[in-house]
Design a protein. Sequence first.
Length: 450
Amino acid sequence: MNVIKFGGSSLASGSQLKKVIQLVKEDAARKIVVVSAPGKRSAEDEKVTDLLIGFGMKALVGHDFSAVLEKIIDRYQNIAEELGLGTEIIDEIRSNLDSLVKGNKNEPNYYLDAFKASGEDNNAKLVAAYFNQEGVPARYMDPKEAGLMVTNEPGNAQVLPESYEQLAKLRDSEEVIIFPGFFGYTKDGKVCTFSRGGSDITGAILANGIQADLYENFTDVDAIFAANPHVVENPIGIKELTYREIRELSYGGFSVLHDEALQPAFKSGIPVQIKNTNNPSAPGTRIMKERQLTEQGVIGIASSSGFSSIYIDKYLMNREIGFGRKVLEILEARGISYEHMPSGIDNLTIILQTNQMTTEEEHSLLIQLKEELCADSVTVEHNIALIMIVGEGMREKMYTMSKAATALSENHINIDMINQGASEVSVIFGIQAKYEDLAVKALYEAFFVK
Ligand code: ASP
């Protein structure tokens, strides 16, 4: 039995839904279908979830929301008309959207979450109606009825472990189950969404719950590419990845699969297959526990920017017991998280996301670090990009580091920081952000072209 999840672009129009039903019909193992809200039909289009957020915000503060409400209904109506569905489903969606406005405004985050979740919830109802019309017996499944329970964290809910036992019962269904992604219910019965893009998480939770053989994740790209296709022209698609590799690549900036979706699949060792709804014959990318290592040591190159580095220097730092703890306590008290902390004998560098602090907050942090740590100097540098080369095979390969360093130096890119995790699955280079794309191109050339 497989869980098959479709992203927003796969459900954005009636013609897309025709591809979806075809894919479900093709394979009897595809018994649990997780759906997103309708996404963009073109680059300029709006996602229904974004429209719903606009609708909810207006309703919350008592502004006129009629235009955005009609836009949302229009999206579903277009799909329904293209598929020849009757008007009942649109009436049902309209009455659901009307009822949201009457929610409890004293809890604004939960109020808005109910709007956000309705995108997938109404879409699941529409998809189920369409499947039945086409002679594929299907049932819309309410996450509450199925027992998908989550923590009380609107916009960032986490699954409660007791859900899995309940969800296992979905195995017994005769019909195809159409399950709305992106949200669950709190113990006190409130709708609560995962973080954005969270339908991937629902799919992974269900795959774990029913102990699926495979979690198929259908999106709009042929594969996970070895580098960002907006930076490198026609990068190769990756056929197989381990959970650890995709975790590193997601951290580094790859966004094909929500990083939180990996955990439930990873815990139960269920393989994840990334496929393209618009080109299902393309092999896609399979993510699994272990893979056969190939000649290719490096499997992907990721990059992200928006980082700063704080450099702390103090003579005899290496002998001072508790120095690192004091640094971390200062960050913790300010609610600041750090990404990396490479160190030398008498110095250490803290790499963190720049947007966590205003200029004033940063200034006062630097003063506090200097004074409380009695440091010789504390300096900050902005506009840092982190470039990652990732691959399990790197462990067994020599020269990876020299190849990467050569590629960067040949392009006159100075390396500000190098961090190789103990796992040896990735190496991270900190460089100036203005060289980010150039560095990715240079590394791609070195590892995949030459
Ligand atoms: N519709 C939600 C979003 O846009 C969840 C998803 O598509 O996975 O974030």
